[in-house]
Design a protein around this ligand. Structure first.
Ligand SMILES: [Zn+2]
Length: 485
């Protein structure tokens, strides 16, 4: 008995030593670099940003607001005359636009910065809940208010400010910079598809692509002081499945059978909800933990340094909140259910749509297979819903590549208080249309936000602090310089 106890104790001691040693060897992945002062921001930049909000460039399933896009086009050309005089540029698919600033060294692969010109509508019922009218472009309390100030005119305007300013100074980039602005990102991105096809015809291959999708988030992780600058290495895939029941007979509701179409479809949905997809602590979430972990205080640091032992525990912790659960698993969301027309008639058919956001490592096909197994009922037909075509998760870009390094370095220079970490984007961006022409794709914008700010995206009171906007301009400028050095 004593010998067994001694054996257990010494095994425990060995384990403890391994944990502690690994914790001490768990060193910071932040690029050690001195912060710099950003260049002064061009005069009038804030009011130009505010003015850009005035054009309600709304895209919807029905199409886009043509007059708003035409007026916005006039505004952009008047605001950035050098950009439109000196760069090669053209429209694509009506209102999308592409700019090329040719580099002096043709041997260097070009870089691609993306943004989109369209915004989501503001629901009539929520208009009164806004602190400032959503399309007035008001600057108040050190904020620029309105639709597009975070998603995504801020990036369009910030990038154009930088190029205009640098053209004025006579700057010549060594590698070519392409700016591509879609006009219908919020409804699928046909503009981006057309631009990507034209890039493909030209045989272009970008060193990296940068798009929206991830930000610098305050209080992002417990146990970490300071905001986290999350660089999205991948984005989740998308699929909707249609679950449908079709019975031979309906009948009168006064003499119902034991199981009805509505009952069968309800059971299927209940099963799907009761069997969430398993947690996957794969990339890029693993990299997020290994970048954030070394910056944490002791007990958590030990947890993150020993993922070989603790990943099960972490998966359980992350599963507790909807936001963190979404980065470790394919999510399941029943969104539409249809059956029945009259209170005393049993319907013969019933159907439901379930939307899935797919984590890297899985695919629309594996999702479908799993759902067929979970439902386990021959009467329920499972097929892809044909309104939006399913898409696989984007490949995970590398942290060792030039693009990640240069984005990382530029964040460290201008936002030294932030911890840089890779991450997974749970929504979809236009960057997915450019995967074939880009070696690496990163999703990041240099804006510090808290949860209130995030709720303004597609929601009420979208706004950006003036300091945040100025920093964004400085950041893009520095990113171009760093990309060219
Ligand atoms: Zn957007």
């Amino acid at each position: 008995m004593k010998r067994i106890l001694r054996l257990v104790l010494s095994l425990f001691l060995i384990l403890l030593i391994i944990l502690v040693v690994r914790t001490f060897l768990f060193s910071s992945r932040q690029i050690p670099i001195d912060p710099i002062q950003g260049e002064p921001v061009p005069e009038g930049a804030v009011s130009r940003m505010a003015k850009s909000v005035n054009f309600p460039t709304i895209s919807s399933a029905l199409g886009v607001d043509t007059s708003a896009f035409l007026a916005f086009d006039t505004f952009l050309r008047a605001s950035f005359p050098l950009v439109h005089e000196k760069l090669d540029w053209k429209y694509e698919n009506d209102f999308s636009r592409v700019y090329k600033w040719g580099g002096s060294n043709p041997k260097l692969p070009p870089v691609l910065w993306l943004a989109h010109l369209d915004v989501v509508p503001v629901e009539a019922e929520s208009r009164n809940a806004w602190s400032q009218p959503p399309f007035a472009g008001i600057v108040a309390d050190d904020y620029i208010w309105g639709r597009g100030t975070l998603d995504d005119k801020v990036n369009v305007m910030g990038m154009l400010e930088v190029v205009e300013q640098m053209l004025k100074e006579g700057y010549q980039p060594t590698r070519s910079l392409y700016l591509a602005f879609g006009h219908d990102e919020e409804v699928g991105g046909r503009g981006a598809m057309a631009i990507a096809e034209s890039f493909q015809r030209q045989g272009l291959s970008f060193e990296y692509t940068l798009d929206e999708g991830s930000l610098i988030i305050e209080d992002a992780l417990p146990g970490l002081d300071g905001p986290v600058a999350m660089i999205g290495l991948s984005e989740k895939g998308f699929a909707s499945l249609r679950l449908a029941v079709s019975l031979d007979e309906g009948g009168h509701s006064s003499m119902p059978p034991k199981e009805t179409a509505i009952g069968i479809i309800s059971k299927a949905i209940a099963k799907v909800e009761a069997h969430p997809f398993p947690a996957r602590m794969g990339e890029p979430t693993r990299s997020l933990l290994t970048y954030a972990g070394p910056e944490m205080n002791f007990p958590l640091r030990m947890v993150f340094a020993n993922l070989w032992l603790t990943d099960g525990l972490l998966a359980r912790l992350l599963s507790q909140k909807n936001t963190s659960s979404a980065i470790i698993r394919t999510t399941t969301a029943p969104t539409i259910i249809e059956a029945g027309v009259k209170e005393n008639v049993l319907p013969t058919t019933a159907s439901a749509i379930v939307n899935f956001r797919i984590i890297p490592g899985e695919s629309p096909e594996t999702v479908k297979e799993r759902i067929i197994k979970v439902v386990d009922d021959d009467r329920v037909d499972v097929s892809f819903y044909n309104v939006t075509s399913p898409s696989a998760p984007a490949p995970v870009s590398e942290t060792s590549a030039f693009g990640f390094q240069v984005i990382h370095k530029t964040i460290r220079e201008l936002v030294p208080q932030a911890v840089v970490a890779p991450g997974l984007v749970v929504g979809a961006t236009d960057s997915r249309h450019y995967l074939d022409v880009s070696k690496q794709t990163y999703r990041f914008m240099p804006v510090i936000v808290d949860s209130d700010d995030i709720s303004g995206i597609h929601g009420i009171d979208e706004r950006i602090h003036i300091d945040n906007y100025k920093r964004l301009i400085q950041w893009y400028r520095r990113l171009l310089e760093n990309s060219c050095s």
